[in-house]
Design a protein around this ligand. Sequence first.
Ligand code: R2B
Ligand code: URA
Length: 309
Amino acid sequence: SNTSMRSDRNTYVGKSFVHVKNPYLDSMDEDVLYHLDLGTKTHNLPEMFGDVKFVCVGGSPNRMKAFALFMHKELRLADSEEDIKDICAGADRYCMYKIGPVLSISHGMGIPAISIMLHELIKLLYHARSSDVPIIRIGTSGGIGIAPGSVVITDEAVDSFFKPRFEQAILDNIVNRRTELDKELAEELFNCSKEISTFPTVIGHTMCTYDFYEGQGRLDEALCSFSREKGLDYLKRAYNAGIRNIEMESTVFAAMCRLCGLKAAVVCVTLLNRLECDQINSPHDVLVEYQKRPQLRISKFIKQRLGLC
Ligand code: R2B
Ligand code: URA
């Protein structure tokens, strides 16, 4: 199958390394990871990141800091909380925290923002010679036909035409890239906290759009050019195509990780049911609790893999 071909290519003496597909990169004297405030000459990347075993990404800097502090508690690491510093603070774009073998990074909102971060993160893992690192996006989303607060684990990211592809503009061409996520990782994540889970979790397709308003069929935007009926019909068709949530990064995330040999997963909580409303109006504490749900699941997964539970 395709998958085994792919893993054969990526595997070298049993280890699966991150690879970059760029013949120019190795001939560069220095690689500056500008938006991360890191570089191959200014930092010893293998020493700093060679032991990374899990990468978790999410949109909001504060949420990814909270996740870092949470993992620090969960892994019972010896260093103190004050030692958890934002590695990318100097660039003032994304935040990054390292908690033992776990890297927690923010990616901002939307495809262009996450794509810049991923180019530099993938090169970082390559320079650091990290191996066997799953990468998981823990995010928020709008649910379709499921209770708010449900968690969706993505099997396939689709675009706004419900197609499993990401269209990358390269120079003046459009290149189509595939957007399947790692099936085994999705299943492992689904199974790992079945018993502890107090909230519903489903595996389904995730639709990734270029914007939060017009691209997601809302009626509360500044510019609305379609009827309530048309908008609802679109969301219902999405549901019938197997889509259970909508967010703004999964297609490019799936496509880039797949091409670079990183096993990737997307785990998002749904903040509302889009068949019922457009506005997110749950109380702040409810939303905060929702956003912890993917983190709980990922923490369980990490601890299981490390043999800690
Ligand atoms: C989910 O939430 C954000 C928009 O509110 C966006 O980054 C996404 O994918
Ligand atoms: N994030 C999205 O992209 N859409 C929503 O409806 C909620 C969060």
